[in-house]
Design a protein around this ligand. Sequence first.
Ligand code: ZN
Length: 347
Amino acid sequence: MDANDYRYSRQTRLPEIGAAGAARLKAAHVMIVGVGALGSQVAELLCRAGIRKLTLVDPDVVDASNLQRQMLYGERDVERGLPKVAAARERLLQINSLLEVDVHATEFDAAFLARTGLPADVDVLVDGLDGLDTRLQLNAAAVAAGVPYVYGAALGMEGCCFTVLPGETACLHCLLGSPALHQSQKTCAVAGVLASTIGQVATTQFTETVKLLVGRADACRREMVYFNVWENTQFALPVMRRADCEVCVKRRGETGTAAAPARSRLLCGRNALQLQVPPPAPAFAHLAARAPLDSIRSRTEYHLERLHVFEGRQYRLTFFSDGRVIVDGTRDEDLAHALLADALEAS
Ligand SMILES: [Zn+2]
């Protein structure tokens, strides 16, 4: 038995996995969209299970309020203001240096799909998102590409999980595509969430993903599974394929038309706004060269974080390579635009 076989021996000896399953895991490529609480836990479990490659997409940086449940991150990542995908890759490579990790510090949206798209050799898509619109977009992309999609969501003490097998099961749009649902979206920042709710959903998503990767789609649960971790209860409901579903039946592809990017977006639960710098996006080298040296807090190939004093107050600006900027310290859109313009002018 070589070192690699030994490393994975505890899972390979399971009859559900076996040598054939181990070989499939070793070749597998999974894309996780959103590496917050759910995504980072599924990423770590897949990394430890010995898959070949992970592709991670997330636009945000690590924040102190993430540490209660987002397993891949620590205080040092908050201090460094690292993009989640950069911090996640660092930690994942410490766990398993053979893993290939491809990261995108950007929003998963129509522009990303047009620019980058899904990886051609991806085996499974895992949902680590926190908004319904983005989830429906991921669902539509998965169905169009014929790639299985493992949905998961957690809020408060309750979570749920559902595996979409394109051409076979219902899709997320069959279940949640009604516009009324878009109006009633609570978030973890508003309702709170216990870390074990995340754990329950993430381990279920991981297990469904492993079934798919080892060629056992037949073992996937074809129902929406609900959990309540406080009451220790679990139940499942069938999800019927809707005869008029625009995504999985009528195959109209993406739902709706791609909206023009909003001028700004409030970040969930934080005193921060995300803005889009008018193109062309300023190069990091330019920003770094012109900013006072002690104002730069951290930088990677995907981001540059600097402090900027405006009207006597200090703000934190995080520039991303895709042209986004997160302005920390205000939820006032006009103020954020004014201080960004000032920062760009000053540099
Ligand atoms: Zn559908």
